[in-house]
Design a protein around this ligand. Structure first.
Ligand code: AMP
Length: 211
């Protein structure tokens, strides 16, 4: 089973991918996490990537597709794509790549979240520097990860101005991917404006049927 998880910034793709990875024994590929790891390595490439991500813009398609190909060919496990594809060119490249590896996308799940919820959700979002856990804090005093004790941080692209820009990019470049997949017959939508446990149940029920 190879799943594409779609949704606007803050829709809960990372949270749900982590749960789905454990439940269905899949490999979670978050292109955002891959890029942030490159930035954390301090490489020249990482510095270039930071310049793009921190403005809320997209990394060029060719670079993303090459990065993704290296990850996909290194595993036989079923995959969850989180944050990829973000453009129609990436969606086409993903289909071609999967075909070359004798695999295919099984289902595309769109997590729908009303835009008025996005800024509020993202302003309380923190990620653990150590284990990558994503959570929403209720007070500024919450600075340590409840899972591993690592330091929590706010992503530089999670400021209200950057989020607004990321939403514009999402509308312009990523929403056409929805139309691409709607034509494939594999596309389903989930209400993301619910407790994470319920969102997980809804996605799980759909994927149980295609297992
Ligand atoms: P995310 O963690 O998925 O919210 O991604 C954070 C940022 O990484 C995005 O705002 C983009 O700047 C970049 N990024 C992640 N995935 C992609 C992709 N598939 N194509 C282009 N840029 C990406």
């Amino acid at each position: 089973m190879n799943i594409v998880l779609m949704g606007c910034p803050g829709a809960g793709k990372g949270t749900q991918s982590a749960r789905l990875q454990d439940y269905f024994h899949l490999k979670h590929i978050s292109t955002g996490d891959v890029l942030r790891a490159e930035i954390a390595s301090g490489s020249v490439l990482g510095k270039q990537i930071a310049g793009i991500i921190n403005k809320g813009n997209l990394i060029p398609d060719e670079m993303m597709i090459a990065m993704l190909e290296n990850i996909v060919k290194a595993t036989d496990k079923g995959l969850i794509f989180d944050g990829f594809p973000r453009t129609v060119a990436q969606a086409e490249a993903l289909d071609q790549m999967m075909c070359r590896f004798g695999r295919k996308i099984t289902k595309v799940v769109m997590i729908n979240l009303p835009e008025k919820e996005v800024v509020g959700r993202i302003s309380s979002r923190r990620q653990c520097k150590k284990c990558g856990e994503i959570l929403h804090v209720t007070s500024a005093a919450e600075v340590l990860c409840p899972v591993c004790g690592g330091e929590l941080y706010t992503r530089p692209d999670d400021t209200p101005a950057r989020v607004k820009h990321r939403l514009e990019v999402y509308h312009k470049d990523t929403l056409p991917v929805k139309t691409y997949y709607q034509h494939s017959g594999k596309y389903v939508e989930i209400n993301g404006d619910q407790e994470p446990e319920q969102v997980f149940e809804d996605i799980k029920n759909i994927l149980e049927k295609v297992k």
